[in-house]
Design a protein around this ligand. Structure first.
Ligand code: ATP
Ligand code: MG
Length: 175
């Protein structure tokens, strides 16, 4: 096998397509027989299509580390802090195990912005990454320091969104 260079990839911005881009990468990696681990911060609902699809995919683990309700920005509930902490500890174990080719930390940027996780801890995860592991961090409000440290940053920019026409969240589109 050709030697692989793991990367740090960030999907941020206010438009739709960050989580699904990360999931697209997961599919691509699985197609190469790679092992993928995805942790979703701030999400706790089994209704997400990706949670259901994960059951059919080989070499793919998806774990949700959030509650199925809104987190108050700047004033998170103790339970939210506890689950986010579990998520970061799980991420640390998964990344440092070296067992996974692709590790996706979905909405981790939002968890930092909401004060659930210190920015420093996310930056430390990058330092833990084995050479060949690729790390994907998604969510609005990626910090300057994270973007500096990343190899690739894509900002998804909202031009328009169907929500503004009153179309509510659709299965297969939003979740
Ligand atoms: P997706 O999960 O579809 O890839 P995303 O990860 O880029 O989107 P998030 O910022 O995580 O989007 O938001 C979660 C969901 O909220 C998305 O599925 C999206 O359709 C919806 N959303 C995104 N932008 C808006 C908006 N401006 N107004 C209302 N809903 C939005
Ligand atoms: Mg998302």
């Amino acid at each position: 096998m050709k030697s692989k260079k793991g990367l740090v990839l960030v999907y941020t911005g206010n438009g739709k397509g960050k989580t699904t881009a990360a999931f697209g990468l997961a599919l691509r990696a699985i197609g190469h027989g790679e092992k993928v681990y995805m942790i979703q911060f701030m999400k706790g609902s089994p209704d997400y299509g990706e949670v259901q699809a994960a059951k059919y995919l080989p070499n793919f683990q998806l774990v949700q580390k959030g509650r199925d309700c809104f987190v108050k920005k700047g004033n998170p509930a103790p339970e939210d802090l506890k689950i986010a902490r579990e998520g970061i500890e799980l991420a640390r174990d998964v990344i440092s195990s070296g067992e996974y080719d692709l590790v996706i930390l979905d909405e981790i940027n939002v968890a930092v912005d909401y004060g659930l996780i210190p920015e420093e801890e996310v930056l430390n995860l990058i330092d833990l990454k084995p050479e060949r592991t690729t790390l994907v961090l998604t969510g609005r409000y990626a910090t300057e320091k994270l973007m500096e440290k990343a190899d690739m940053v894509s900002e998804v920019k909202e031009i328009k969104h169907h929500y503004k026409k009153g179309i509510s969240a659709q299965p297969g589109i939003e979740y």
